[in-house]
Design a protein around this ligand. Structure first.
Ligand code: MG
Ligand code: ZN
Length: 348
């Protein structure tokens, strides 16, 4: 009897030891989301942000291999592949050699993969995780690479780069291993292993102009889909247009895009807390606009900003982390270290 109960204890210990399974990784990138964008969004949201629920905070140095001020391609590539490269480069090093991305490493480990963006899916940030091209502007080449079965689930705009191409090919027809859906409802009811959802023909509009579906709904539906596949998953979720608000020097644009991203962070964190084996990292590729928070009113949830540039700036950006190995993301480091820390999570 005693031996039997000992066996039960040993078995239940092994079964209950969930940390043995490699964790899900959800990397959330607020494009152009510097500390001032976060602060402004927080004060404009009743002095609250989902980022307050994270365990560890770090700072990332964003510069490119050839310039102090990075673009989203070089910084996306740094986080995705662990190499600093030149502005405009997607998934290649300064010598133009293709670099394996964290998404690819995850696939080799048996992970399911997903990419979600509020820009087109061929835009620099998501492209850095699956494509290898000399210039971020090669949208049709990037779409062609995505069509080669590189990601299990993707949601974003840019349909025209797949089906209204100079080479007359229709990649949506060619991608026979995928089911293409036109709504989150269809996505939820699909039992396909690979799903594409191209939300707009071109770049999706601003949230202020009614962009749909909401990023938080995309995230929740995608997490459910990933869970249903029964494997650990890697997911990159981009709040793409915080950056575009900065380029436009429009505070309302920045605040509304941040608000949606913040809501998405809250949903993802809820999931990670319930799941117990999901690493969540929230960061930015760079700051945009040189935004200063120069006025406002806490009681009225108002934040007033002033911009210094219509471009990006070189200030460090924060990194928030939660879950297994989250502690490794505290401190000050290069943006390339985000790749290395994720990779270490896979091998722990
Ligand atoms: Mg982007
Ligand atoms: Zn930008």
């Amino acid at each position: 009897m005693r031996q039997l109960s000992l066996l039960v204890i040993i078995l239940s210990c092994q079964l209950g030891f969930t940390q043995e399974k490699t964790p899900n990784i959800i990397l959330m990138i607020g494009d152009g989301m510097g500390l001032t964008q976060i602060s402004s969004g927080m004060y404009a949201n009743n002095n609250s942000t989902a980022l307050e629920g994270f365990e560890f905070i770090g700072l990332s140095k964003t510069y490119a291999s050839n310039q102090l001020i990075t673009d989203s391609a070089a910084s996306g590539t740094a986080m995705a592949t662990g190499v600093k490269t030149y502005n405009g480069a997607i998934g290649i090093d300064p010598q133009k050699r293709p670099q394996k991305s964290i998404l690819q490493y995850c696939q080799e480990k048996g992970y399911s993969t997903a990419l979600l963006a509020t820009s087109s899916i061929v835009h620099a940030t998501p492209a850095s995780f699956y494509a290898h091209v000399k210039s971020r502007n090669q949208y049709e080449d990037i779409a062609l690479q995505l069509s080669e079965d590189r990601v299990d689930l993707f949601i974003g705009g840019g349909r025209k780069h797949f089906n209204k191409r100079k080479d007359k090919r229709d990649l949506i027809q060619e991608m026979t291993s995928y089911e293409f859906v036109n709504s989150l409802k269809q996505l939820k009811s699909s039992d396909a292993q690979k799903i594409g959802y191209l939300t707009y023909s071109d770049e999706p509009p601003k949230k202020l102009e009614g962009r749909k579906p909401a990023l938080e709904d995309m995230a929740v539906a995608s997490i459910e889909k990933m869970e249903s596949l029964g494997k650990p998953f890697f997911m990159m979720i981009e709040g793409s247009q915080i950056d575009w608000g900065g380029h436009a020097n429009e505070m309302q644009y920045v605040l509304t895009e941040f608000k949606e991203f913040n809501t998405t962070i809250a949903r993802v964190l809820e999931y990670a807390k319930a799941d117990g084996n999901t690493l969540v990292i929230v960061t930015a590729d760079h700051e945009t606009g040189g935004l200063a928070l120069t006025g406002g009113n806490l009681k009225k949830s108002l934040a007033r900003g002033s911009f210094n540039t219509e471009g990006h700036t070189a200030t460090m950006v924060p990194v928030f982390s939660y879950g297994p190995t989250a502690k490794a993301f505290s401190g000050i480091y290069e943006n390339t270290a985000i790749f290395n820390k994720m990779l270490e999570t896979l091998t722990k």
